[in-house]
Write a protein that binds this ligand. Structure first.
Ligand code: ZN
Length: 485
């Protein structure tokens, strides 16, 4: 299959090629050089972020002749050399019986898995270190988990375990506490884009910038998804992949179609709204996908006009986004999502929603009038008021953090948990920066910090109303995701 080929070809060959996971590559390279690799790793992260690829690189590294040599002689290595990819061990490991790899989510029987694990007690046949790579470890039976636990606690010589999971909370604490944990981040689209361009060049196909951007955004942090999308487009394209090709191949509403809806709503032309939405439905997409595509498109448009001081247009788009977000929430639990989407757009296009007189007076305060004073208490109030207008996700971040320092043009956001801070960096910083720029009329620098000792009371004080709001939202979604961050 072409997809297999492209995905395999796209796999990183050494630690330096782990796109978006430089923190892991760096830590591992250091561990290699100081000869301190662990015999048990737990690789945690969303699908397609590089967990299995990293496990394979480490399995190779533990056997790589060049690496072993460098460790002995003290010759410096860079992430580019780990593993070398050229020595006999590197070349043979993929087909070696000393490298056991399986997916716990597959339908292997308990006996089968127990048998595979029991081979850990046999000395490796050809390799120096025998390696076990187990995907979706949280899916294993208790019996298998106990076998692994025993192997990790009293490891046979020359055996290493790489346990990967997308759901850390389902992995028993006993396993978690005995492994070196590697946390994989969502890969930001701006890191995915150039990688797609590189792959396209290798395939000798031209990938339009807009097309690469669209694929990178659709992938939502997963390199694997991005490569799959690229491959689907590649198999349909000739010598060039355009934005239209991407939309057509992946069954997406094109930006042009989305713009048609947005402009119909903006100009309050309800007949055009009905027509353009009808066209979007014909593309076969669900109404929720269309609502999400509209939100993303509106956000893009907001970014485009941000520098132009076009406050009234920004507010209009903000209002659209808010309404669509609410609608998308309702659609999730409704039997008639199409109608909700159509009604929402019709309402937005209705004249009574648009006159400035209808807009609450507070919104009309010139945005640049707001300034930070550097007085933490006073500034916190201003900051939380602003964040009140932002997304559910942003309030989720706020629930896990506190403003601990402000000046006239910078704020420090302190998180209790490192993971929450990382999530903010990849999934929230851009939105908050944009929000601040909008409200203060200039760039406010956002510093982040992690302080595990920050008291729950401080977080509680930080945002009681956000907590209330979140709780309600989580009830609607029937999830406790934010609690688990
Ligand atoms: Zn090697």
């Amino acid at each position: 299959m072409a997809y297999e080929a492209l995905y395999t070809r796209g796999r990183p060959k050494n630690l330096a090629q782990l796109v978006g996971q430089e923190h892991i590559a760096k830590a591992l390279a250091r561990a290699v050089m100081s000869n301190r690799l662990s015999h048990a790793y737990l690789l945690v992260g969303t699908r397609g972020t590089g967990k299995t690829s990293t496990a394979r690189l480490l399995a190779k590294t533990m056997n790589c002749e060049a690496v072993l040599n460098a460790q002995k002689t003290g010759k410096p290595l860079t992430a580019n050399d780990i593993p070398c990819g050229k020595c006999a061990a590197c070349l043979s490991i993929d087909s070696s019986s000393d490298n056991v790899e399986f997916d716990a989510a597959s339908n292997r029987s308990v006996e089968d898995i127990t048998r595979l694990l029991s081979t850990a007690y046999l000395a490796p046949l050809q390799s120096r270190v025998k390696t076990f790579i187990i995907d979706e470890i949280h899916m294993l039976s208790n019996e298998a988990i106990n076998s692994i636990l025993k192997l990790i606690e009293e490891p046979p010589p020359n055996v290493a375990f790489f346990l990967a999971t997308t759901e850390l909370n389902k992995v028993p604490m006993t396993i978690r506490s005995r492994c070196q944990v590697l946390n994989f981040r969502l890969i930001p689209p701006e890191r995915i884009e150039p990688y797609l361009q590189k792959l396209a060049a290798r395939l000798e196909v031209e990938l339009e910038d807009a097309a690469a951007k669209k694929i990178a955004r659709l992938a939502e942090g997963s390199m694997r998804d991005a490569i799959t999308y690229l491959d689907q487009c590649y198999s349909m394209a000739d010598k060039k992949i355009s934005l239209d090709d991407v939309n057509e191949t992946l069954g997406l509403v094109s930006d042009a179609d989305l713009d048609e809806i947005i402009s119909a709503v903006k100009s309050q032309n309800r007949a055009d709204v009905a027509k353009s939405v009808g066209q979007a439905f014909q593309s076969g997409l669900s109404s929720i996908s269309i609502a999400e595509a509209l939100i993303t498109r509106l956000r893009d448009l907001e970014f485009e006009i941000l520098g132009r001081q076009n406050d009234s247009e920004l507010r209009t788009f903000d209002r659209f986004v808010d309404a669509l977000r609410k609608a998308a929430l309702e659609m999730q639990s409704s039997g008639v999502p199409d109608i909700i989407l159509e009604m929402t757009l019709m309402k937005l296009a209705a004249p009574e929603f648009v006159p400035a007189a209808q807009v609450p007076a507070a919104v009309n305060i010139p945005s640049a009038a707001k300034t930070l004073t550097g007085d933490l208490d006073a500034d916190k109030k201003i900051l939380y008021d602003i964040i009140d207008k932002s997304s559910v996700a942003m309030r989720g971040f706020l629930l896990e953090s506190n403003f601990t320092q402000t000046s006239a043009d910078a704020v420090t956001l302190t998180f209790k948990k490192k993971f929450a801070c990382e999530m903010f960096e990849t999934g929230g910083r851009a939105e908050l920066e944009k929000f601040f720029a909008q409200e203060f009329g200039r760039k406010i620098k956002i510093e982040t910090a992690v302080d595990e000792n920050i008291s729950d009371a401080a977080l509680e004080r930080a945002a009681p109303e956000h907590r209330e709001f979140l709780k309600k939202t989580m009830d609607i979604f029937q999830t406790d995701t934010f609690e688990k961050i």
